[in-house]
Ligand binder design. Structure first.
Ligand SMILES: [Zn+2]
Ligand SMILES: [Zn+2]
Length: 365
């Protein structure tokens, strides 16, 4: 099969032929339809998040089941599915307590070593060289994933655009529903209106937010945010965004801020956008050494809550996301703005890095 291989940290992707992967017990083989283009992959490319090389990145996929591992139930060949970037084992202490987003097996075997849960990767070259897989390794024509990370796709959803359900939509519903616990009538600011931010805006509409303030430096992204349901926009290039958010809300600030960039300065501004007892939901990932400065008096005196949010629960949150999507409450096609061929994978990530992708890009296999 053809796959985009990252040979070393900092290199460009090279599309090459790898051995077709085969699923083991508890796994399925997916013929990939599309794979989303996400900043988390760039963190690996730049070495700001550690991961072994050579590797195949790509961690939100859609496709069709092509083969099922031995003694593995629950799927049929030909079934349309999406893969979530967190692939829970189902048995570790966090999975057992319903917090699959913290699955220890996933972090230990996949994020540290690029393997699946028998301690080996399903990817390799014809000469026997092993290739690490980041989640399922979705930037390829085929991928193998544990069944805990694979979800049947309801009918009526575009199979290609559905790829972004696995990270962009997944992260958004985890942030809004589980971490932020957004309630009807609350006010919201969303900092960073790319793939995850524009999914959060759609989700905030669905959860009944009374006011949704989109914050970005791109006039194009802010215009797209209004199309998705943002009630107000703040361009951070025009002045202090925290002052602007307070002004829009009559001096109070908002109930919940979603920070989708993972940048110290926007996290610091996010705290200052909150009303008393407000929640800052941190969604964007950053390099290991990035640190934000939190004002102590302001945070304590106003009872501000600062909450980390990573992905979502592959069980209950993903079920809710798929139901939202089936009903059209959340529409991945309104987030996907750019489609690339596998041979143009380097262009896709260059565009992402340069801010040229308004919503989300996908690589179509
Ligand atoms: Zn991602
Ligand atoms: Zn687990």
């Amino acid at each position: 099969m053809r796959a985009a291989v990252l040979q070393t940290i900092g290199a460009k992707f090279a599309v090459e032929n790898l051995v077709d992967p085969e699923p083991k017990t508890g796994e399925v083989l997916v013929k990939v339809a599309a794979c989303g283009v996400c900043h988390s992959d760039l963190h690996v490319v730049h070495g700001s998040v550690g991961f072994p090389t050579p590797c195949v990145l790509g961690h939100e996929v859609s496709g069709v089941i092509e083969a099922i591992g031995p003694d593995t139930k629950g799927f049929r060949v030909g079934q349309a599915v999406v893969g979530t970037f967190i692939m829970p084992c189902g048995t570790c202490r966090h999975c057992a307590n319903g917090h699959e987003e913290l699955c220890e097996t996933f972090f230990q075997f996949n994020r540290l070593s690029g393997h699946l849960y028998d301690g080996t990767s399903r990817l390799g070259r014809a000469n026997g060289e092993v290739i690490a897989q980041y989640s399922m390794g979705g930037l390829a024509e085929r991928c193998v994933a544990p069944v805990g990370g694979i979800h049947p796709l309801p009918e009526g959803i575009d199979l290609l655009d559905a790829a972004i359900l696995g990270c962009s939509g997944f992260t958004a519903i985890g942030a809004v529903r589980t971490t932020g616990q957004l309630r009807v009538g609350e006010t919201v600011a969303v900092i960073g209106c790319g793939g995850v931010g524009s999914s959060i805006i759609q989700m905030a509409v669905a959860f009944g937010a009374s006011r949704i303030i989109a914050v970005d430096v791109s006039a194009e992204k802010l215009a797209a945010a209004v199309e998705l349901g943002a009630t107000d926009v703040v361009n951070s290039l025009d002045g202090d965004p925290a002052d602007a958010v307070r002004e829009i809300t009559g001096g109070r600030g908002v109930d919940v801020v979603f920070e989708a960039l993972g940048r110290p300065e926007t996290i610091e501004k996010g705290v200052m956008m909150l009303d008393d007892m407000g929640r800052l939901v941190m969604v964007g990932l950053a390099a290991r050494d990035q640190v934000a400065r939190i004002p102590i008096l302001h945070t304590v005196r106003r009872k501000i809550q600062i909450l980390g949010s990573y992905g979502a629960r592959a069980g209950s949150d993903m079920a809710a996301l798929l139901e939202f999507t089936a009903k059209g409450v959340y529409n991945p096609s309104r987030v996907v703005t750019n489609r690339y061929a596998l041979d143009d994978v380097n262009l896709a990530y260059d565009d992402l890095e340069a801010g040229r992708i308004v919503g989300r890009g996908i690589v179509v296999m």
